[in-house]
Design a protein around this ligand. Structure first.
Ligand code: PGA
Length: 262
């Protein structure tokens, strides 16, 4: 039987909002979602603030019992030691992070993270009981040369090479050409790749875990296009960048059922 997947709407703040701004933002977000309480029953909402905000977000979420989850935007492949500037998965776990983003295209491109490093980070996250939100996606050039699925599927295989059957992960399909460009993929394009990714997950982690894995679409998601993605059978949510910093927009994306009309 196919597992029922709770949709996940995740806000990737990137290098925006300091710890004081994060407190104000999370409070306002929680208040705006409280008015739409029904959304909490059927949608999980997660935020990914910069590392320096995590302690503030944790304190707020636990004190006020906000129904939000959160995570880091990256993690070290190592657990501790002489790795200046790195953040251990153990530290994220001790701040109650549920998730950690791994392999975002900005890290692959700007920080030259390759498949081996990303696989080591996925293993580190799992070792510390964090759920990796593994980002995969093709560039415009890849799309032209190899079609839509080849690169994301290869990245998924490489990242999960050391992962055992049954692993708890989230996969974010983020075409690089759609990130921050205002030009999202079509829902059909997203579904085509998400379907291929799920088939690959069956090989890698087994049928049950593949059925339970949330596959998100990311890349220029807005309140005006979220419904189309959420109607697709293999798309289980969104990883939202720019629009996650706009309270009204993000809150409207979270309440996507209104747009889907279910
Ligand atoms: P965007 O970013 O929504 O601004 O396109 C998505 C992401 O990078 O995760």
């Amino acid at each position: 039987m196919v597992a029922k997947r709770v949709p996940l709407i995740a806000g990737n703040w990137k290098m925006n909002l300091d710890h004081l701004q994060s407190i104000a933002f999370v409070q306002k977000l929680a208040w705006s979602l409280k008015d739409a309480k029904h959304t909490y029953d059927t949608v999980e909402v997660a935020v990914f603030p910069p590392f320096t905000d995590l302690r503030s977000v944790q304190t707020l979420v636990s004190a006020d019992k906000y129904e939000l989850t959160f995570g880091g935007q990256d993690v070290s492949a190592f657990d501790s030691g002489a790795y200046t500037g790195e953040i251990s998965g153990a530290f994220l776990k001790s701040l109650d992070c549920t998730y950690v983003i791994i392999g975002h295209s900005e890290r692959r491109t700007l920080h030259h993270e390759g498949d081996d490093e990303i696989a080591a980070k996925v293993a580190a996250a799992i070792r510390h009981d964090l759920v990796p939100v593994l980002c995969v996606g093709e560039t415009a050039d890849d799309l032209e040369k190899h079609g839509p699925s080849a690169v994301p599927v290869a990245q998924l295989k490489a990242a999960l090479a050391g992962v055992t059957a049954g692993a708890d992960i989230v996969v974010a399909y983020e075409p690089v050409w759609a990130i921050g460009s205002g030009q999202a993929a079509t829902p059909e394009q997203a579904e085509q790749v998400a379907g291929q990714l799920r088939l690959t997950l069956v090989e890698l982690i087994g049928q049950d875990a593949a059925d339970a894995t949330r596959i998100l679409y990311g890349g220029s998601v807005k309140s005006s296009n979220i419904a189309g993605f959420m109607r697709q059978p293999n798309v289980d949510g969104a990883l939202v960048g720019g629009a996650s910093l706009d309270l009204a927009e993000f809150s409207s994306i979270v309440q996507f059922q209104k747009h889907v009309g279910t």
